[in-house]
Design a protein around this ligand. Structure first.
Ligand code: AMP
Ligand code: TRP
Length: 321
């Protein structure tokens, strides 16, 4: 199965990224799977150059620590494969201003700042190129990327109709649970790197004390009835779904074991700490050898280029270049 997915190296990786996307990547990795750290996408918002460089390496280590195996799949850095930027231009001449300006994520992010960058608007085109360059059949992502995936399909179909069959039309795949992990302080808003509230996100590298504190302080309602119900109990349901994602049980079964929020929170904190601990240990080992991480990314970029290059050439030729 040809798979491609990506993650931005902005902020630190959090459990929304892990449960919504990265864990699926690990479970579906195969010799035809390509995973990239999309550093070009990270330029759409303000980020210090040194920080971007540093975090890109952090993300390599985090993805390996989470279980990606470079002997099985291909892991690479987007900017090291120049076809992504080149394909972006071809597809900017296929996508329309109207469809880009209707994207929910664009409208949200643009409304929060003045003088936003053009890249914020065209971001989904770059993403479509990431996917189409690899002829991906499946794209494992969290729920917030659904709309971008639909647009990618639309762009691929339009291109194929206009210029001939070059692209595979991909489908997005969401996990059964935790496709949308919510902020612990504002459970009606998704956990998000770009809106980091200090207590609302659990990062993969948080200490046990931090995890414990954040879960204990998570916002819930006051009626103290443990029930899985997103409509009337979003905060509690978020905790139950998180529990269920780490333990493999259904959220209803988990809910049935508890009478008090405090007990659920205590056990959830323990479960999250224990689940992240082996990843944190591997992360520290891997991150200590930056040379090895960079060498691995270079090999990944070489493998990725071979695939992306041939699709790019076909797309360019089809358009008359
Ligand atoms: P990003 O950090 O925006 O690059 O997202 C990387 C991946 O994590 C994408 O597949 C997102 O859909 C997924 N993701 C981000 N935030 C969440 C969340 N709160 N819940 C579930 N998945 C998420
Ligand atoms: N836009 C995605 C996000 O913010 C990241 C991304 C970029 C991506 N290119 C991609 C995801 C290609 C899947 C496939 O989460």
């Amino acid at each position: 199965m040809r798979i491609l997915s990506g993650i931005q190296p902005s902020g630190s990786m959090h459990i929304g990224n892990y449960l919504g996307a990265v864990r699926q990547w690990v479970n579906s990795q195969n010799p035809d799977a390509y995973y990239c750290i999309v550093d070009l996408h990270a330029l759409t918002l303000q980020i210090e150059p040194a920080r971007l460089r540093e975090q890109t390496v952090d993300y390599l280590a985090s993805l390996l620590a989470a279980g990606l195996d470079p002997e099985v799949c291909t892991l690479f850095i987007q900017s090291q494969v120049p076809y992504h930027a080149q394909m972006n231009w071809l597809l900017e001449c296929v996508a329309t201003y109207g469809e880009l300006s209707r994207m929910t994520q664009f409208k949200e992010k643009a409304s929060r700042q003045e003088g936003y960058r053009v890249g914020l608007l065209t971001y989904p085109v770059l993403m479509a190129g990431d996917i189409l360059l690899y002829s991906a059949q499946q794209v494992p992502v969290g729920d917030d990327q659904r709309q971008h995936l639909e647009l990618t399909r639309e762009i691929a179909e339009r291109f194929n109709n206009r210029y001939g069959e070059v692209f595979t039309v991909p489908v997005g795949v969401q996990p059964k649970a935790s496709a949308r992990v919510m902020d612990l302080q504002e459970p009606t808003r998704k956990m998000s790197k770009s809106l980091a509230s200090p207590l609302g996100l659990i990062y993969l590298n948080d200490t046990p004390q931090e995890i414990d504190k954040k879960i204990k302080k998570a916002v819930t309602d006051t009626d103290n009835e443990v029930r899985f119900d997103w409509e009337s109990k979003p905060g509690l349901s978020n905790l139950l779904e998180m529990y269920s994602s780490f333990s493999g049980e259904s959220p209803e079964v988990v809910a049935g074991r508890y009478d008090r929020y405090g007990d659920l929170k205590r056990d959830l904190a323990e479960l999250v700490i224990a689940s992240l601990e082996p990843m944190q240990r591997r992360y520290r080992e891997l991150r200590a050898d930056e040379g090895a991480l960079r060498a691995l990314a270079a090999r990944g970029a070489e493998k990725a280029s071979a695939v992306a290059g041939s699709v790019y050439e076909r797309a360019a030729a089809a358009m008359g270049l």
